[in-house]
Design a protein around this ligand. Structure first.
Ligand code: SAM
Length: 232
């Protein structure tokens, strides 16, 4: 369970109502039962349930069992897509170990409205479920050109479905984190956007094969390749 508090032996920490419901109502746990907790800073701790009544619960950290892992320096930039696809992408990207997620607004974006808090909550739940000790940061949506203008030079791989780019697996050979993976909107990047991307020295446009993937599929497929070849 993710707790947003310092973890210290014997210091009782309240869980959120949602976590309390999950522990009591779904997992049927009760006072005295063991749980694992983390906060993204102090590693993983064995803890026990101190109190649990309906949606109120406190947890008691007992001993550290796994040192903190550094946050992965890998980023997903993705044009905002429909809510369900966005949710799915945030969950899968977290399972695949992404360090941060930033929705970007491109010329053919269908929306610039992204519920950042909802995505952050999904990322937190996915981090709890998959046993990582960091929760990806979810950044506010930003226009793609502004992201590119303020970029720090980290290699940025951009998915191009037009069969004009080398395979991602080839470009990612020898790459090590930090890196970023960029996926366009349902309508794809406009020609001018692709040209602008290619003008930037830190960008490589890459292909995931001859078929046109949905944006969420491209996001997750690209991350799987990058995680396998250049993971953090
Ligand atoms: N405009 C396209 C069309 O309708 O022909 C579709 C764009 S696709 C649904 C959305 C995004 O996914 C693209 O901008 C690209 O970043 C990524 N993508 C999809 N298929 C890809 C592929 N085969 N290789 C690399 N990227 C891909």
């Amino acid at each position: 369970l993710y707790l947003d508090q310092p973890l210290e032996e014997g210091r009782e920490i309240p869980a959120t109502p949602g976590q309390a419901h999950h522990l009591g109502g779904v997992l049927r746990r009760g006072p005295g039962d063991a749980v694992l907790v983390f906060n993204g800073r102090d590693g993983e701790w064995a803890a026990s349930i101190a109190t649990l009544r309906k949606d109120r619960c406190t947890l008691l950290p007992e001993r550290p069992i796994r040192p903190q892992e550094p946050p992965p320096d890998t980023r997903l930039l993705v044009a905002a897509v429909k809510r369900d696809a966005m949710d799915w992408m945030a969950e899968k990207a977290t399972e695949l170990g992404i360090g941060s997620i930033r929705p970007v607004v491109t010329r053919r974006s269908i929306t610039d409205r992204v519920n950042q808090a909802r995505l952050a909550a999904i990322a937190q739940e996915a981090a709890e479920q998959c046993g990582r000790l960091t929760v990806p940061a979810v950044a506010p949506a930003m226009p793609l050109h502004a992201v590119l203008d303020g970029w720090d030079g980290t290699p940025l791989l951009a998915g191009d479905e037009r069969r004009e780019s080398p395979p991602l697996a080839q470009v990612a050979q020898g790459l090590r984190a930090p890196w970023a993976w960029l996926v366009g909107p349902e309508g794809g990047f406009e020609r001018a956007e692709l040209d602008d991307l290619r003008r930037r020295a830190f960008v490589s446009t890459v292909s995931l094969g001859p078929r046109i993937l949905r944006a969420e599929t491209a996001a997750v497929a690209g991350l799987a390749v990058l995680q396998a070849l250049a993971g953090d």
